[in-house]
Write a protein of this length. Sequence first.
Length: 155
Amino acid sequence: MTIDHEIVIEAPAEVVWRTITEPDQIARWFADEVELDLRPGGKGTFDFQARATVKPATVALVVEVVDPPRRFAFRWGHGPGETAGPGNSVLVDFTLTPEGNEGDEGERTRLRVTETGVADLSWSDDDKAGFVDEHNHGWPVHLGDLARLLAAPAG
């Protein structure tokens, strides 16, 4: 029950990093409103209204890894009042790999997003399958939005 998607983005890793970790940038391609304390153990929320794929929701998250500009990971899916960890939440892991030569016009970044831990949740099998299906359809849409945003001319 791993969700795994990747895309090559026509932008340097540092630019992609800012766009996936800064709240005002995340709100341009992923969630409608974002609060994020970008440090391990930091908390935040993603509010999905207009960009929701199934129904509007506000999702709590806890940051696990901040390794600029290579890796950003957080946990979500834990219940209210629970401390997110293995067994009660899903780990979302973004890995950035530069491609092309630094300074080249063709500098780009391979961005991989992987969600793990769904199988360990105490949810019903139907809820787990629904989550995986929703996210397997949602990530390509959001990653495509991200790639188009970063490919657009500045301004």
